[in-house]
Design a protein. Structure first.
Length: 282
């Protein structure tokens, strides 16, 4: 029985295959970018709304501090029942209410977040009502109102219990709740790192193997140095993948031209060696 001799392809044919593989990985990365950027768009927009809500809650905390300062200044006079709270307190609490209303639109903590927003709004209403009573009852009612603004939370051992303190502390607890919700937003769905890293690093890993194989053939078969353009193409492709996995997707006006340039670099990197041979068409 005669043995079957395997036909080893010419190195230039292998280089053609490798070029097709490298260009295929670049094209696959571009396709993945388009799919993920499109699907993740709504999730990124929701995270932006949550970020705005967090900023509104932070601004409400600052305004609550101004309300406390205004109330402290009036309380020092001891004549709140005669002078009232002045415009400072009313304006500050009005801005707190406005910021809380705006924060509701970007709530990312679901029913829990909405419930706590309503609770904090209730605390604000209670505080304003106490101040209204202070105009009639004097300094003791003003002291209770200040306590409702800035009292410390209860503790479970060494840990503060959320939403058991005054208005300012509750605003901090609400902000921390929304920050955690935003963190969950950015790590779920099409922004989930457990999905994105394998999705984008897979083509990069295959491209790395193809580039290494190309370098080996060019160095050992043709006694030439591999083209640096291949390394640049690999690094550029990897950078797009890393950006997609770690931050918001870059705009198509940036990502697609970069990947098109990567494809052109990869194509040109193989051209000098392939131009040395011409095979007749079959």
């Amino acid at each position: 029985m005669t043995g079957v001799r395997l036909r080893v392809p010419h190195p230039i044919v292998v280089l053609r295959w490798l070029r097709v593989g490298v260009l295929g990985m670049v094209a696959l990365t571009a396709l993945l970018y388009l799919v993920v950027a499109n699907r993740a768009g709504e999730e990124v927009a929701a995270a932006h709304r949550t970020t705005t809500a967090i900023q509104h809650i932070g601004a409400a905390y600052d305004e609550a501090g101004k309300a406390d300062d205004a109330l402290r200044a009036v309380s020092r006079t001891g004549a709140i029942d005669l002078t009232g709270t002045g415009n400072g307190f009313a304006n500050a609490t009005g801005r707190v209410a406005s910021h809380l209303t705006s924060a509701t639109e970007g709530n990312a903590a679901g029913e829990q977040g909405l419930s706590h927003l309503q609770f904090v709004q209730g605390q604000l209403d209670t505080c304003v009502q106490m101040i209204s009573n202070a105009v009639l009852d004097g300094a003791p009612a003003a002291a209770r109102a200040r306590d409702a603004l800035d009292s410390a939370p209860e503790y479970d051992g060494k840990n503060p219990v959320p939403f058991t303190g005054g208005l300012r502390r509750s605003l901090r607890d609400l902000q921390e709740l929304e920050i955690q919700a935003r963190h969950d937003q950015l790590r779920s769905g099409w922004r989930n790192p457990h999905l994105l890293w394998p999705l984008f690093m897979g083509p990069v890993a295959v491209m790395l193997l193809l580039v290494c194989a190309t370098g080996y053939i060019v160095a050992h078969r043709f006694r030439r140095y591999p083209s640096p353009a291949l390394v640049v193409a690999l690094l550029a492709t990897a950078s797009i993948g890393v950006i997609m996995c770690t931050t918001e997707p870059p705009t198509a006006a940036i990502a697609l031209p970069v990947l098109a340039a990567v494809g052109a670099l990869a194509y040109q990197a193989y051209r000098p060696r392939l131009a040395e041979y011409r095979f007749p068409h079959s």
